[in-house]
Design a protein around this ligand. Sequence first.
Ligand code: SDX
Length: 435
Amino acid sequence: MRESKAKPAGKANLSLNGKDYTLPVFSGTEGPDVVDIRKLYGEADVFTYDPGFTSTASCESNITFIDGDKGILLYRGYPIDQLAEHSNFLEVCYLLLYGELPSPQQMKEFDHAITHHTMVHEQLAQFFRGFRRDAHPMAVMCGVVGALSAFYHDSTDINDPRQREIASHRLIAKMPTIAAMAYKYTVGQPFVYPLNSLGYTDNFLRMTFAVPADEYKVNPILSRALDTIFILHADHEQNASTSTVRLAGSSGANPFACIAAGIACLWGPAHGGANEAALKMLEEIGTVDRIPEFIKRAKDPNDNYRLMGFGHRVYKNYDPRATAMQKQAHAVLDEVGAHDDPLLKVAMELERIALQDDYFVSKKLYPNIDFYSGITLKALGFPTSMFTALFALARTVGWIAQWKEMLEDPHQKIGRPRQIYTGPQKREYTPLAKR
Ligand code: SDX
């Protein structure tokens, strides 16, 4: 069990209905202090009100820190740009899961454990056949990942640390296999089994793009770019899908069901679905001369149109991941010979115009991770419908690390928010004949 590391940092005073209340304040190692309101309802018979949780800390976490004003993102204290430059996705998985960078021996053992969990139960392949071939890969991922709990009963006891660890390894290892199968199913090609001789991302690219009729050779530059993209998407503190996983896990649901819930939440266009929506937006804009028309719509208070890939609940500065994503976009487009991709030109011009426009500047709307990812993933050969499935593949380690942390937190209990009720007050039933 993990003990709290928050430090007492004084008191907050609240005067309410003629009474005074004192609330403890705590400090973390980085970021804003918190006012502890856990006793507020019991003492003052009031709730706090924060739809969208803009000012609410739902938990204490040691995993990821974001400073939205400064555009800083740390995984277990390591800056995202250093990890993107020097690490690899599987090493980052170890870091997020266990809290420290692995020793060579630890990395060897972890790599062996993950590699030997990449196959899925042969019976699981039947689940795909129930979907139409044109089913969205995220619909397939929700269904198939949720079904994993029907196959791996030996790692669903959430109170057994060893079972929690095996379930974590299984999910990290099997997501690439399942995502590749979801893609193969939509294009009508046979599933490709994982190869233990390949690294994590090489294996995923081969399962996705290899066909039995031909030799498949992994392009190391493209594989490195995708591996870096996975690092950038791995975790992001208490975003909507991670909070969904935590809330599902707080009821004691098994890890496979919790990750399936996270996949469902990530699918939304305001969240992980934005990478697919951003590319569709760039394709709809088509050429640089049409950008002003879309900027105008995004600024129109009577039009709920938004620039996809722009804005963020936390970042009120440039998303550091967007900077790294733009670098990967150039590397991949150069490697595949598409450096003059018109969509990249539209994206860069749209960014340039938006960052000079008072509306975007005043609302601190900057490109987020989803703005450049679509262009890069398209150049890597993925169809638009697979973009969010790739985000889910990479975010699974963050979800499962946060799920594990929640279960080891002695202060966590089932998540059960309250409300301010503005519905009808008590009234008597009127029989139909009298209405
Ligand atoms: C991800 O939380 C995470 O960490 C998520 C994520 C992760 O790694 O897990 O980072 C991944 O989800 C990135 C975000 C991807 N979504 C998009 O790109 C969709 C487009 N962006 C938005 O819809 C929006 O910016 C959100 C959802 C991302 C954030 O919304 P908020 O924090 O609720 O902000 P808001 O909707 O209150 O917007 C503030 C203002 C509003 O104007 P006013 O009502 O104050 O006049 O900014 C405007 C909004 O209308 N605005 C935009 C805009 N985003 C916000 N206007 C035009 N285009 C946009 N993209």
